[in-house]
Design a protein around this ligand. Structure first.
Ligand code: ZN
Length: 71
């Protein structure tokens, strides 16, 4: 569940809003796409595997570009 789904859920009623507020405290922002998500573990950093791999691929690409510039 991401932040948007949680906000929609909160609109359904008082009980849902309170439950959503509890979850919103736990929300974390994805450093890759900036979307908020609920971490499933303390080391859960990205909202999806896609972002994790995209970020990894970009870091590797930047490192490669930097090496090329030094030559
Ligand atoms: Zn993401």
């Amino acid at each position: 569940m991401n932040g948007d789904a949680l906000y929609n859920f909160a609109k359904k009623g008082e009980a849902q809003r309170m439950a959503a507020e509890e979850l919103l405290k736990l929300l974390r922002a994805c450093p890759y796409c900036g979307r908020s998500f609920l971490p499933q573990a303390h080391n859960h950093k990205y909202c999806s595997y896609e972002c994790r791999w995209n970020n990894r691929a970009e870091v590797l690409q930047q490192r490669r570009n930097r090496e090329r510039r030094h030559r």
